[in-house]
Design a protein around this ligand. Sequence first.
Ligand code: NAD
Length: 356
Amino acid sequence: MTLVRAEPLKTILTTLLERAGTELERAGVCAEHLVLANLKGHDSHGVGMAPSYVRWIAAGKLFPNARPQVIHDKGAVMVVDGQFGLGAPVAKETIELAIARAKQTGVACVALRNSCHIGRIGTYGEQCADAGLVSMHYVNVVGAGPAVAPYGGREPRMLTNPYCCTVPRPDGDHIVLDFATSAIAIGKLRVAHMKGEPAPHGVLIDAAGFPTTDTNAFFTPGAGAYLLPFGQHKGGGLQVLCELLGGALAGQWTMQPGSDRHYGAAVNNMLSIVIDPDAFGGREIYEAEAGAMIDYVRGTPPSLGIDRTRVPGDPEREVQARRLADGVPIDDGTWRDILRAAESVGFTEAEVMALV
Ligand code: NAD
């Protein structure tokens, strides 16, 4: 394990992406996004994604300097094409448009389609919340074959379709509900696999539909183990909605077999609904009421084995405070991958280590 502080980690990632052909500013936005995901504790969507981005750029699947283009603008509704650009800057710029529009119209419903992997969705929710806005984000993932079965099924039909809903708080401690609709993120399963540990119970099924904890069977092509949705029929329902709203409505690209499953890079489509609480009138009353309710929830006596009752966003704030103080732990496999990707664009290990 390598412990790296956030600032040098950003510099390493920025240099890596810049040498892979990304303009400096866009490389910096992406590096910031990935390091923030690690700081928040979501290593599955942090700096470990950068080697894939470098590979997709080299393969001509990800166009690192492509800008999002508004292709339909109808008041509160906008459609933006991500042009298969680098996801973090593309999605950030799209959300800037959504924020500006929601401040004019009270609500904005913005579709982003054809963006390469946009990373941790909570970042876009936080971008809206920092502007004082509520937001909901339905996202699907396409460009590769399915790996997650629908509730009740024993064959995969989708990928990990994330959902996020964020509510702003005046003190900046926003409510950020942000998760994959699969029972566990693939990146977290990969960490267990690399350590030779079994998967948690209840997240994988084998080809016959029986529960399994064998991560080899998931990562070996054709071995026939698949992820389940979280929360049985409830998570399974949300997983399908992400496909229909993020995929079909926003992206016009779902995982149904008639659409392209072999693009060769992870592509996200996202429907964002951004709401200005001012449009409802009475922001002060709303904030006081919401604050009282959040305090009431946080004040619940904890269950056995739990230190305190939290609301969505609290765990990430706690990890961020620790990792800002101590540095970001990067597992050996991920660090090797980053060094290999760096080497492939002429950024030598010696140069990387000099930055650490
Ligand atoms: P997770 O299972 O860790 O759940 C995180 C959510 O649960 C957060 O909102 C967190 O605040 C809340 N939470 C956790 N513990 C809590 C507690 N004790 N009390 C109250 N709330 C609590 O998340 P995940 O499914 O592993 O997803 C990780 C990340 O992966 C997310 O940021 C998601 O956006 C991202 N993701 C992205 C894609 C993509 O294609 N771009 C796909 C899948 C997932």
